[in-house]
Each structure stands twice: as C-alpha cells, then as structure tokens.
Design a protein around this ligand. Sequence first.
Ligand SMILES: NC(=O)c1ccc[n+]([C@@H]2O[C@H](COP(=O)([O-])OP(=O)(O)OC[C@H]3O[C@@H](n4cnc5c(N)ncnc54)[C@H](O)[C@@H]3O)[C@@H](O)[C@H]2O)c1
Length: 344
Amino acid sequence: MTQTILATGGAGFIGSHVTLELLTAGYKVVVFDNLSNSSPKSIERVARLTNGAPELVVGDIRDQAALDTLFESHDIDAVINMAGVKAVGESVEKPQKYYDINVSGSINLYRAMLRHGVGKVVFSSSATVYGMPEKMPIDESYPIGPLNPYGISKRMNEQILEGMTAANPGWRALLLRYFNPVGAHGSGQIGEDPTGTPDNLFPFIAQVATGRQPGLKVFGNDYPTPDGTAIRDYIHVVDLARGHVRAIDFLLSDAAQDNVAEVINLGTGSGSSVLQVHRAWQDACGFEIPYDMAPRRAGDAPESCANPAKAKDLLGWEAEFDLPRMCADHWKWQSANPQGYEGS
Ligand SMILES: NC(=O)c1ccc[n+]([C@@H]2O[C@H](COP(=O)([O-])OP(=O)(O)OC[C@H]3O[C@@H](n4cnc5c(N)ncnc54)[C@H](O)[C@@H]3O)[C@@H](O)[C@H]2O)c1
C-alpha cells in the first residue's frame, strides 16, 4: 500500500526537492507549510515534474487545531519536519522568533504526532550544531557546541526527539545534520528563492550572476586553508533530498529499531573553498563574476566538512553530484527564474 509522508516546510528550498524525490520513489506526500518563506508555485512545479501530485495544506506548525485537522483527515505514516526559520544572523537579533517557530512549533507538531499515533520522524538538523569544529572531517560523535540561537534551536529539537523517541512506544527518529545544501533540480524548474539579501554563498553568487547584487564579498582570506578562504562541504540539494527518501525507507522498514533516534550527517565528505566555488561558478556561467575581499565574519569557522560514512552504512546513501554540477544546476534555475518564483 502506498505510504503517506507529511512534509512540513515542504514548499521551501529543500522541502520542494524532498517532495519531488519522495513522489518519484512512490510515496504520497502531504506538504504542510505556512508559505512564510516559499511560494505555492514550487508545489505546482513539483506536480508538473512528477506523476503523483503532492497535496499542499497551508498552515502553521504552531497551530494545534490545524495540525489536529491535518492528522484526522490524512493517514500519515511518517513525518519529515523541515518547517522553520534558518537565518543565523537574524536568530541573534530575534532569538524569540527562532525558539517560537523552530522549538515551540516543533514541539506542537511532535505532540500532535503523539495524539494521532504517528511516531516516525525525520528532522532537518544542521552541521551548525558542531559550532566551531577544529578537527576534520566531522563525524556524528564530534562535540556539540552551537554558537547562536538558530544552532541551539536545532540542537534542542534533537534533544526533544531523543527524549520523545526513548519514552514513547513505536517512536523512531532520524536527525539529519545537513552540511551546505546548494544547487537545484536539473530541470531548472525548482530551486532556492531567498527573500531579501541571501546570507549564503551560492544564492548570493547566483544573484551577482543575474545582476541583482553588484559583486561577491569574500569574507576572510587569512584562514588557515590552502587559499586562505573558508572551506565548506557543499551538497547538491537533489542528493540531500534522496538522502531523505533513504531515511524514510529505513524508518518504515524492519531495519530500524523502535525507541532509537539516530543522528546522521548528510554531506559529501569533500570541502571546497570560497575561491574554488567562485571559479566553478564562472565556469558554469561562462562569464566573469566580480568579487572583493572583505574581513572575516564573526562566528564563521575556517572549515566544515562531514564524515558521511554513517549515512552510507545505515541508509546505503552517498552523494553523487560534484561541485561543477551543483553550480551548473543552480545557474540553470537562477538564469531561468532570475526573480525567483513570483517573478517568473
Ligand atoms: N538551507 C540550508 O542551508 C540548511 C542547512 C541545514 C538545515 N536546514 C534546515 O532545513 C529546513 C529547510 O530549509 P530550507 O533551506 O528549505 O529553508 P526554506 O525557508 O526554503 O524552507 C522552510 C519552509 O518552512 C516554512 N515555514 C516556516 N515557518 C513555518 C511555520 N511556522 N509553519 C509551517 N511552515 C513554516 C517556510 O514557508 C518554508 O517553506 C529548515 O529547518 C532549515 O533550518 C537548512
């Protein structure tokens, strides 16, 4: 029988790709999203790209009544909780917003799951929980030390789910720590559509390439790395989305154990510096992208790179796409949709 997955935040950047890959793998998907940082067009396009249409329910994870109606009217087998806010800088300025949405909202969702007898959950965590890592690559046993309210909100979710999974019969959780998701679906139809000035390297370069931003600022060229710029483990969003399909396959199978919450890194295991990314973007676009050096940003680690071995061992998943493909697909999306969904 076809199993149904509830994807909170499923209209967003990662969520739309996860929804598409779940549908492609034969799952039914119900997207629950308040559209505060996404467009319903992402779901319309996912519907066009797949045979099975996803269902979009517009609602907020902080709304108990809306969640009760959702669980009463759908036979949900498992939940992927991707809903939330994600800007590190904003989280420092407005911590209450981050704890309200990412923590209170999530607890509200987990309590609704409890009320309706759904105990299988995948959570969107982040490599941010590792704080300022000093030894590479980072495996899941690396010490935790989030440096800002966003990272703390992710760690709190992990702890809440560890406790709820241990305490409640039939509960199983996978806590996926994403490294740096980038790129877009190869069709160029869905991709990242940030509101305001992007915080992250890929969407920023993409906007420089389309003329929405005047030039790239490279924050720090005096890090202890080969070219002096910071290194990150960029992962193609389609690889990341397929990791979620494997996570759901696993949670719903006999291989997974009840009352266990597993933490799993999703990364490629290979890092790229800002200047390497810049060069790969120029190759993808075929023209020069202007850049300037700027001082380091507070709180940025010199390097962050996953050890993804556990994902391979437990889920049989590993990333396939390389940096040139990440840039090419991101550029395909951005050049076809220079103003994002609403402008296209
Ligand atoms: N993109 C990254 O670099 C990254 C890295 C690590 C972890 N994550 C996590 O992955 C998840 C998805 O990130 P994304 O990049 O797709 O971001 P996104 O903003 O594109 O997606 C988040 C979605 O959640 C929705 N949402 C926000 N608040 C909500 C609420 N109260 N109720 C219902 N829906 C709500 C938004 O409308 C949006 O569609 C987030 O939890 C994020 O913290 C992202």
